[in-house]
Write a protein that binds this ligand. Sequence first.
Ligand SMILES: NC(=O)c1ccc[n+]([C@@H]2O[C@H](COP(=O)([O-])OP(=O)(O)OC[C@H]3O[C@@H](n4cnc5c(N)ncnc54)[C@H](O)[C@@H]3O)[C@@H](O)[C@H]2O)c1
Ligand SMILES: CC(C)(CO)[C@@H](O)C(=O)[O-]
Length: 309
Amino acid sequence: MDIVVFGAGSIGSLFGALLARVPEHSVTLVGRDPHVSAVRDSGLRVTGVDEFVVRPAVTTDGTRLSADLALVTVKAFDTETAAEELATGAFRAVCSLQNGMGNEETLARHLDCPVLAGTTSYGAVREGPGEVAWNGSGDVVVGPWDPRDADGVAEEVGEAFAAADLSVAVEDADGIRRRLWRKLAANAAVNPTTALARVENGALGEPPGSDLVEPIAREVAATARASGVDIDDEETAAAVEEVVAATAANESSMYRDIERGRRTEVDVINGYVVERAREHGVDVPVNRTLRTLIGTWEAARGLREPDSS
Ligand SMILES: NC(=O)c1ccc[n+]([C@@H]2O[C@H](COP(=O)([O-])OP(=O)(O)OC[C@H]3O[C@@H](n4cnc5c(N)ncnc54)[C@H](O)[C@@H]3O)[C@@H](O)[C@H]2O)c1
Ligand SMILES: CC(C)(CO)[C@@H](O)C(=O)[O-]
């Protein structure tokens, strides 16, 4: 399969490298210098879970590309630009592997091809130009965002991932929405709390941190149900607890972003919950507080426009 990975940062470089190991796949990474130049000159070095070097094609120009599949791995605040650039090319399908919600709607607004939603618990950090650390394996789940696109393209993408020995599941449009909302609950509970308290994820596995998990999960599950996605409170809280246990030693991505003075993805995580809850008249005070606190930090650092939410 011809695959473009749009956003050769941490997770994009890892997926690009794993897919590029398959002789039948042809991979092009779209990224920025100096990473792109380093990969072009010396290849992409993966360390951690496995150590290897691959030599995918690379470019800093994301326009006028064509492939069977474009994987979108930019941070959520860059999705709009990515979608505009991808819209100048031609793809059989485009698949988001991002965290948070709203990315698929943004892609579908700009693109004519089927949009797939994806979620992954693989972990990666880009170490330096030409290098990515593979920190953990998990699974990847994909499914059509629009049920009208259930024409087998999600299964083809699943097979392409499976050929790279990725642990993959394919869902229908209802199934992938449930997965996305459960992942949203994990991100809503873990990311801002660990970032504000400056603790590893495992701190939410015992009191007092664990007291936060259930109320946040319940707010997200209630908002999902009000939005037409049927997930229940206990199952959602249990899914969050599982993520906390499985990633106990990790710093969450939002904690890392704040430590490095970078903008976070709070708008598409707790911010998304607050917006959907407002539309449906659901009360989400904990998510609102967390979103406002992180938003306040971002505004004070000049990383976002001040707003009223
Ligand atoms: N890192 C992980 O382990 C992990 C795991 C699961 C999900 N995710 C999600 O995946 C997404 C990406 O996360 P990440 O940690 O890889 O972020 P990252 O910042 O490391 O990577 C994003 C990359 O996209 C590049 N980019 C953005 N716009 C571009 C453009 N127009 N042209 C070319 N390059 C562009 C950036 O320069 C950056 O290198 C996020 O939504 C994140 O929540 C990450
Ligand atoms: C699951 C998660 C919260 C684990 O750290 C991860 O998605 C993150 O850090 O964003």
